[in-house]
Structure formats: structure tokens, C-alpha cells
Ligand binder design. Structure first.
Ligand SMILES: *Cc1c(COP(=O)(O)O)cnc(C)c1O
Length: 488
């Protein structure tokens, strides 16, 4: 705060209040330049390589410096970021980025980030942000309805699936009465985020129990049941069972209905990790695949994956939202003014963060702009493209299917017919093919291991990806595979 004498002067003869301020004209000019740079990037995206990396040794001399004591022109600073920093990265929104889990943001979602930052929304309490809090209620209620959850359900936006998993396991632990020796059961295909979340909530490594999956990479419910009873016999208290609705490796969906039956019988919290795959629930195919998801105690969804939002836009939905508030609600003295009664939700009481950004705005603006039908078509197209990729693999004399297409993911490997290659040869061959696909800028793709077997994996979620992108990538893989096999 400035001295009070200044507050009494008229605005015109006031000294500039801050060295950190720019004039409105300069602000607009800079914002326009930033917009041009971003739109320019998007326009050129297709002609760019889907990945650009650099080593620490290359980047250190370019960027290492002490913070300057005096400032530089803002435009120059921004141009430097756009030239030297931001492009040295994966283009996860490139139509040929098939690695890990792609994220292709829609423009209203990008602008929502800008608006939320510009209005500097504090989304921790209703007192701090009534309008935005109401909108988070509205958008999480869309998610509730998409999942088929009852009225009692609710949730919140989080940074991502990892944070959502953590919040879920905290709620599960508290619901179980915070036992001394908690255990969590999950599939051997579960995402590392769940293991990390289990560790953070105080589950000992030996009580994080990995249940074997079947030939289609779905959790074996008979094994789950056995391991659950054994855990109890060993004196552990299972606080949660984690299911996959779109496992990262293969897109596999666990038998949710059967797991819900078991968890209901055993009185254990069922958490469904649907971080990347979950929004397929807006399609008919997804709804069928996810039968039983509405019986889970909690579900993780990542709108920065298959709902086409910029990072970060995770969310956790809980079947009985009071359990979330029971786990996280704390009332410190300095927030006493923020207690406006039950009707007014303080989102800070539903998870880890008090200072929160307004993530719901991204989803709201995108869905308002394009409509749910457009999202349904975009998600459906990812599923179809992966199906077509699967047909191509099945028909190929060079490729071998390792896991059939599911929710945009397909895993396979190069295995030329009649080449008589050993497993070790095949692994080297496939690793070399993957490297060449990336090095020649054909596409960005990642590899994984499926029950020990080295696999090439395509994850096709981008709303701008065409069949030509997928087909040409597969054809390049076949060609590189044959060449590598021939030169062995
Ligand atoms: C991406 C993903 C996560 C982790 O979510 P983040 O948003 O990266 O924190 C967890 N589970 C699955 C299945 C995922 O695809």
C-alpha cells in the first residue's frame, strides 16, 4: 500500500504506483503479439516435426544466466521464450503425436486459461469466487451426468490425474477410518500415479498390491478377490481397489461391474482411473465399455487428454461428495469469513489446493462453443482411427498385433513373416524402427512392454489426426522394419 497522502490526490497527479505496470496500449500490443505467435505456431504445426528435444549441454549455455537487475523490452523477452524455450519440446498436439497420451487443446480452452489468469480468479472459496465456483459446480455436474452418477455425486477440478488419484485415496483412507496398516489393490497395468498416490497417503510399498491382468490386460477379478482376503489375513486393511477404464498401456477396461460387486461385498472403496479414457463415456461405444462405472466410489477424468483442453484440467468425481468434504474439510480461524453455509461450496475443502486456478472455465467455454455433439464425434473418431489401425496391423505381413485397439490405443510390433527372428532380435529391430520413425520426423510414438514383450504403441486421440496420418505412419513402420530386417 502507498502512503495515504497519495490516496487523496487525483489520479492524474499521482506518481506511478508501481514499476511493474505497463500502459493499456502496451499491454494490448503485447497480447496481440502473443496471440499472433500462438496462432502462427498452430498454423505451422503440421509442417513441423512432432517432437523436438535438446540435451542439457545444449540448453545450459543458451538459457543459464542470473536474473537481470534491470528489465528488458517485454516483446524481446517474449520473442526469446518463443524462439529458444517453448519450441524445444514435444508437440503433444501435433496430428502425428501418438506417444504416451496426446493432448490437443481447442482454442476456447486456451483463451479460457488467459481469461482466468487475467481475472486472476482465486477458486478456493465461494467468497473468493462466487461465479467461477458456480460454474465449477455446473461443469462437474455435466461430468456427473455423463458418468451416470446420482445427484449425491460431485467433485472438483485438479491439476491432473495424479492429483485426482491422490485426493481419491485420501477420501478412501478417511472413509475406512484411517487404519494403521492400509493396503491398496490395483492391476499390474495401473498407472504409476496410483502407486505414487498410495505411497503419499501412507501405504507401505509391500501393501501396494499389484493384481495380475488377463491376456487382454484386464484385472483378474478372481485374483483380486484372493489377494484381498490374503491382505486381510496378513493384518492389512484394504482401503481401496483401483480399476482401469482405459489403461495407459493398452486402453484396457477392467470388468467394472464385477469389481463393483466385489467391492460392495467386501466394503472396500472402488476407485476408477479413467484419466485418459474416461471422456469416451460421451460416446455410445464408451458407455457400453464403461458399464458399471456409475457404481464406483470415485472416478478420475483428465479433460486435458480426451476432452481437448490445455494442461492442466484433471478432475475427481466422487459418488457421495460428502465423503470428499469429510476427508478434506478443515476450518481455520483466518478463513472464518469464507464459511457461507452448505449451499455455497468452497472447492478448497474438496481437495489439496486452497489457491486454485479456474480450470472449469476451459471445459465450459469449449463445450459452449462447439457443443457436446462435436466432442462426441471427435472422441469417436479417435476410437475409429485406432480400429482402422488395428485392421491394418492384422492384414499386414510385417506387423503383429500385441493388443487389439481399445479407446484409441493399439499395440503391435514389427515381425516380418518367415524371418525367423529371436525375441532379442525382435526387440532390437523394433527399437530401431521406433528410433527411425522419430528421427525422420514421420511421427512421434512411444514403446512399452506388454507382459515382457517390447511393443510399439500408438495412442490416437488428436481431433485433427486423419487416417492418412495413421496409415502413413504404419506404412513407414513396415518399410523401416523390412529394411532393418534385411540388413541384419
Ligand atoms: C495420464 C494418466 C494419469 C496421470 O494423470 P496426470 O494428468 O498426468 O497427472 C493417470 N492414469 C492414467 C490412466 C492416465 O492416462
Amino acid at each position: 500500500m502507498r502512503a495515504s497522502t497519495e490516496d487523496e490526490s487525483t489520479p492524474d497527479d499521482r506518481e506511478p504506483a508501481s514499476d511493474l505496470q505497463l500502459t493499456p496500449d502496451v499491454m494490448l500490443e503485447l497480447a496481440r503479439s502473443a496471440s499472433e505467435m500462438v496462432v502462427g505456431r498452430l498454423r505451422a504445426l503440421r509442417s513441423e516435426r512432432p517432437w523436438r528435444g535438446a540435451s542439457r549441454a545444449e540448453l545450459e549455455p543458451l538459457l543459464r544466466e542470473p536474473p537481470p537487475e534491470e528489465g528488458r523490452p517485454a516483446l524481446e523477452v517474449m520473442q526469446r521464450a518463443v524462439r529458444d524455450v517453448l519450441p524445444v519440446a514435444a508437440r503433444v498436439d501435433h496430428p502425428r503425436f501418438f506417444a504416451f497420451v496426446p493432448s490437443s487443446a481447442t482454442w476456447p480452452g486456451v483463451l479460457a486459461e488467459y481469461l482466468a489468469a487475467g481475472f486472476n480468479t482465486f477458486q478456493g472459496t465461494w467468497l473468493g469466487s462466487g461465479g467461477p465456483s458456480q460454474l465449477e459446480l455446473v461443469v462437474t455436474d455435466w461430468f456427473r451426468q455423463w458418468l451416470g452418477y446420482p445427484e449425491s455425486a460431485g467433485g472438483l477440478f485438479t491439476s491432473g490425474g495424479s492429483a485426482a488419484s491422490l485426493d481419491a485415496l485420501v477420501a478412501a483412507r478417511e472413509h475406512a477410518g484411517a487404519p494403521d496398516r492400509p493396503a491398496v489393490l490395483m492391476s499390474d497395468q495401473s498407472h504409476s500415479a496410483l502407486e505414487r498416490a498410495a505411497r503419499i497417503v501412507g501405504v507401505r510399498p509391500e501393501a501396494i498390491l499389484k493384481v495380475p491382468s488377463d491376456a487382454r490386460f484386464r484385472i483378474r477379478v478372481d485374483e483380486l478377490e484372493r489377494m484381498l482376503s490374503r491382505a486381510r489375513r496378513d493384518g492389512l486393511s484394504p482401503i481401496a481397489v483401483c480399476a482401469n477404464a482405459g489403461a495407459t498401456n493398452t486402453g484396457a477396461v477392467d470388468p467394472l461391474d464385477e469389481m463393483a460387486d466385489l467391492c460392495a461385498r467386501e466394503g472396500v472403496w472402488l476407485h476408477v482411473d479413467a484419466a485418459y479414457g474416461g471422456f469416451a463415456v460421451i460416446t455410445e461405444r464408451g458407455r457400453e465399455l464403461f458399464r458399471g462405472i456409475d457404481r464406483a466410489d470415485s472416478v478420475t477424468l483428465d479433460a486435458h487428454k480426451w476432452l481437448f483442453q490445455p494442461f492442466e484440467a484433471g478432475s475427481l468425481m466422487v459418488r457421495d461428495v460428502r465423503r470428499l468434504e469429510a476427508a478434506f474439510g478443515v476450518r481455520p480461524e483466518y478463513l472464518q469469513d469464507a464459511d457461507l453455509g452448505m449451499e455455497q461450496v468452497n472447492f478448497g475443502d474438496r481437495g489439496l489446493q486452497l489457491s486454485r486456478s479456474f480450470r472449469a472455465l476451459k471445459v465450459w467455454m469449449s463445450v459452449q462453443t462447439f457443443g457436446v455433439a462435436a466432442f462426441r464425434r471427435a472422441v469417436g473418431r479417435g476410437i475409429e482411427l485406432a480400429d482402422r489401425a488395428g485392421e491394418h496391423v492384422r492384414a499386414s505381413e510385417v506387423l503383429e498385433m500385441l493388443s487389439p485397439p481399445s479407446l484409441g490405443v493399439v499395440c503391435f510390433r514389427v515381425r516380418p513373416e518367415g524371418a525367423g527372428l529371436s525375441e532379442a532380435d525382435l526387440e532390437r529391430l523394433n527399437a530401431a524402427v521406433q528410433e527411425r520413425v522419430i528421427a525422420e520426423g514421420v511421427a512421434m510414438m512411444s514403446s512399452t512392454r506388454l507382459k515382457g514383450t517390447y511393443a510399439l504403441r500408438l495412442c490416437i486421440l488428436n481431433h485433427q489426426t486423419t487416417w492418412a496420418d495413421v496409415r502413413e505412419t504404419l506404412e513407414a513402420i513396415e518399410r523401416f522394419g523390412l529394411e532393418a530386417a534385411a540388413t541384419r
